[in-house]
Design a protein around this ligand. Structure first.
Ligand SMILES: Cc1cc2nc3c(=O)[nH]c(=O)nc-3n(C[C@H](O)[C@H](O)[C@H](O)COP(=O)(O)O)c2cc1C
Length: 187
């Protein structure tokens, strides 16, 4: 089994990375491999809303017209993975800009055409939101990622809100969650 970890933080030593690493540590103990992708460190452009009606090739072809960035290769990694975990810092009550940019395009390519749906449909997924400042709005942030995952037809298994104040506790829980994810996917 292989897990793809997609992070909306650019800091491999930050709180979002700590939360993700805890889940992956638990999963690794259950014998699975993983790859972590830090979205701000790769090249993901914004949706261009190509046509006057707001649509583009995403509607019928399940792909994005922008082919000179990392969107397609990352989405291929989702297709190849057995499960995907999204983790983002909470920025002004929402997922980070890099996470939003990626999910905005993913939901378009993955929802409306048969070809696109095959990439994400029934893909086990977990979302983690880390409110590392005052600690507010992790649930609201998870709600936004939940909607995107549901639009993509993913099998959303959990939404984990984390606050700066409970980071240590949540990391312990996420380690258990990593093992649990493996059990759920493999059964
Ligand atoms: C633009 C911006 C907006 C932020 N908004 C919030 C917020 O609404 N609530 C909160 O608890 N923390 C907020 N923070 C703090 C981040 O959640 C915190 O920096 C993040 O969890 C830690 O980032 P890291 O995971 O990359 O270490 C904000 C930070 C930035 C840069």
């Amino acid at each position: 089994m292989h897990i793809l970890a997609i992070l909306g933080s650019r800091n491999p030593e930050g709180m979002t990375a700590r939360a993700m690493k805890s889940l992956l540590e638990g999963a690794a103990e259950a014998g699975v491999t993983s790859e972590s992708v830090y979205l701000p460190l790769i090249h993901i452009e914004h949706c261009r809303q190509c046509n006057d009606d707001g649509w583009g090739v995403c509607l019928k072809e399940g792909r994005c017209v922008i082919e000179d960035d990392d969107f397609a290769s990352l989405t291929e990694k989702i297709r190849a993975a057995d499960a995907v975990v999204f983790a983002t810092p909470v920025y002004i009550g929402e997922p980070s800009e890099s996470m939003k940019a990626y999910m905005d395009r993913l939901r378009r390519t993955a929802r409306f055409s048969e070809i696109g749906r095959r990439v994400t449909e029934k893909k086990p997924a977990i979302c983690i939101s880390v409110a590392g400042g005052g600690g507010a709005n992790a649930n609201m942030c998870n709600g936004i990622m939940e909607r995107a995952c549901m639009k993509c037809g993913m099998d959303l298994m959990d939404l984990v809100p984390v606050r700066r104040q409970n980071l240590d506790l949540k990391c312990s829980q996420l380690k258990i969650e990593g093992k649990w994810l493996v059990e759920q996917v493999e059964k």
